[in-house]
Each structure stands twice: as structure tokens, then as C-alpha cells.
Design a protein around this ligand. Structure first.
Ligand SMILES: [Zn+2]
Ligand SMILES: [Zn+2]
Length: 346
């Protein structure tokens, strides 16, 4: 059983790279918003870790990873010990980067794979181009910046794009989800949510607007990890708990802005056998897919990228006798609220 649900954000930048907030400011915001962990990814550097920032900051744990950033093919990485040779990594080919990250025992996630950029603010595309790679831990499914920036190319944008940004998000891209499902047919690929926040200032009709203050971004796309015991107060042990949950796919993406999803349950049961996210279930005859939510929403149960059940409610119980890769998407206000990682039924 996984009785503990902890939430945090992945992928953001501080003044150690091109972000506009200090680590102290970021962690104050994390405390305010009630994040349990923050996974910082300043570009191609281990400096925040070397400066001793990786620790508990009051009630929020800071994990100092990095974002390896060649021109294309950005890769966010996290690990137990210090990553060596980080300055050289961005010069390597994507597979070489992935292999080196694995060699050092780190985890790696393909960042904002379908990032298009926006002409209006001269932000070019930073998409992932090399899909022949293998052995990466996971992939970003939904990124706040990627999603939101696409709205900026429309002629009719108003200041509401900033102030009521949630109305202007589209959710994870179909192309990203389809690719993820394809990848999961042959191996295990963990899906995560990203914010890629920089706290940048943009000018709109002479008005300066920050996109987004960290405390705003921290209420949007989060990652909830499932643990079978509480996070340790020893930061090294807590970090290992968080990273293990990501490695094992015991994580779901949530748009916390809609509602607190913390009581979300997704499991597949057959008799005494119960599989949770990231687990494999050896099917004998017939199992039940069980979904439970803390509030009513629109549930999609997906097997091998096909929706096998959908409906409004706070619960779904779906019998199945078919092996496959099962996952759940939940919608609220026509936008994704919860996106689970898969359970693999063999
Ligand atoms: Zn990037
Ligand atoms: Zn970034």
C-alpha cells in the first residue's frame, strides 16, 4: 500500500542560470504553497549543489539536478551523488548524454519534447529531435511553458493570457501522449510534468508582467509521488525516496490548480494480487481496474492508447481480461487534472 502522497515540481531555473529568482526565494515560495519537494534544473551546472542548497528548506526538500542543454534535445537529470563532467555533457550526442547519465547512476527525463517556441517573443523551438535513443528513464508529458507559450502567437491575445492563464492551456499534446504510449509497449518510460519556470518578465502593451512568479507556477503542473512511509527528515534519505518513486513510475502528474488530487487511487486487482502505478500484474483470468478520486471529474481508462472506459464521477471499476499497458487520464473544466503513470498487465 502507498499511503503517502507527496507533491513537488520538476524543471525550473534560478539565478544560477537564466531564472530570475534566487534559490532562497524559490524555496520560500515552495513552503508557502506547501510543496514537499522541488527538483531544480539550472542549465549545465552543479553549482547550486556545490553551494550546499540541496537540503530541507523548512518543510520543502530541494533536489539539485540540472538540465543538459545542447541546441535541441534537452535532458533533465537527477541523482544521488554529484554529477561529474556536467560542463562537457551538452557537447555530446543525445545517446552519449543518456549513457553517461546512466553510467553515473542518475535518472534522466526528456524535457519538453514537443516545444514549438513562439515567434512573437522570438523563442525558438527546443524540441527533442532524436527519437532513436534508448535507455532514458522518462519523458516530460506536459510542460507549463510549452503549453502556455503557444497561445502567444495568436493575434487576438489579451492580458488575460497572463492573468487567467489556466483558461489558455491546452493540456498535454496528443503527439506527446501517443509517442509515450508507443514507447511503453516495448519498455518502461516514466511520464512526468514540468513547469520550466524562469520567472521571466514580459512586456505587454507597455505593462510589465512576470510569467510566472514561482508561487503561481507551483500551483499548476505538479508531480505527486506515492510512498509507503513518510519522507525522512534526513535529506539524503528523503532524496532517495523521491528519486526511487520517479525511477519506479510511482508518480502521477496533476494540475493542482483545479483541485488537490492527493486521494487519487489507481490500481488493478485480481484476487489478492494488487498492482499500483509502476507495477506489473501477471493476469490469470479477470482483473478489475479501480480508479477513485477525491472529487467528481471526467475519467478515462486507457489500455494500449485506446480508451476502454470513460465517464463522469468520482470512481470507476472496469473489469478486464486483456494484458496491456493501462493508465488513467482525468479531466476537469475540459483540461487535464490527473495523468497517471502506467500499470503493466502481462
Ligand atoms: Zn529546456
Ligand atoms: Zn528549462
Amino acid at each position: 500500500m502507498y499511503n503517502y502522497d507527496y507533491r513537488g515540481v520538476v524543471h525550473l531555473h534560478s539565478t544560477y542560470s537564466d531564472g530570475h529568482g534566487s534559490v532562497e526565494e524559490i524555496m520560500e515560495c515552495a513552503n508557502q504553497v506547501g510543496l514537499d519537494f522541488v527538483m531544480l534544473t539550472d542549465h549545465d551546472t552543479m553549482k547550486p549543489l556545490d553551494d550546499g542548497h540541496e537540503k530541507w528548506h523548512s518543510s520543502s526538500l530541494l533536489i539539485c539536478g540540472t538540465e543538459i542543454t545542447p541546441r535541441y534535445n534537452h535532458y533533465t537529470v537527477f541523482g544521488a551523488e554529484r554529477l561529474n563532467g556536467v560542463e562537457e555533457l551538452a557537447k555530446k550526442q543525445p545517446q552519449e548524454i543518456i549513457d553517461e547519465i546512466n553510467r553515473q547512476g542518475w535518472l534522466g527525463f526528456i524535457a519538453h519534447p514537443d516545444h514549438e517556441g513562439t515567434k512573437r517573443f522570438d523563442i525558438p523551438s527546443y524540441k527533442w529531435q532524436d527519437w532513436n535513443v534508448n535507455n532514458f528513464t522518462g519523458i516530460g508529458l506536459w510542460d507549463l511553458m510549452t503549453d502556455w507559450q503557444e497561445k502567444l502567437d495568436k493575434d487576438n491575445i489579451t492580458v488575460e493570457v497572463y492573468t487567467e492563464f489556466a483558461k489558455h492551456l491546452s493540456g498535454p499534446k496528443d503527439i506527446t501522449l501517443k509517442r509515450w504510449d508507443e514507447l511503453n509497449k516495448n519498455r518502461r518510460v516514466v511520464g512526468i510534468g514540468e513547469i520550466d519556470n524562469h520567472k521571466s518578465t514580459k512586456e505587454y502593451n507597455g505593462q510589465k508582467i512576470v510569467v510566472f512568479p514561482y508561487d503561481v507556477a507551483f500551483r499548476t503542473i505538479t508531480n505527486h509521488i506515492l510512498l509507503n512511509k513518510p519522507l525522512d527528515r534526513d535529506f539524503k534519505k528523503a532524496k532517495e525516496q523521491v528519486l526511487s518513486a520517479f525511477r519506479d513510475g510511482k508518480v502521477y502528474v496533476s494540475f493542482d490548480y483545479w483541485d488537490d488530487p492527493s486521494e487519487f487511487v489507481f490500481e488493478i486487482e485480481e484476487g489478492d494480487n494488487c498492482a499500483y502505478m509502476g507495477d506489473e500484474l501477471k493476469l490469470k483470468e479477470q482483473a478489475e481496474v479501480i480508479v477513485s478520486l477525491p472529487a467528481s471529474a471526467y475519467i478515462n481508462v486507457i489500455c494500449d492508447s485506446e480508451t476502454i472506459w470513460e465517464g463522469e464521477g468520482d470512481e470507476a471499476i472496469v473489469p478486464t481480461n486483456k494484458p496491456g499497458v493501462y493508465r488513467v487520464e482525468v479531466y476537469k473544466n475540459d483540461l487535464t487534472w490527473i495523468l497517471s503513470n502506467p500499470i503493466y498487465v502481462r
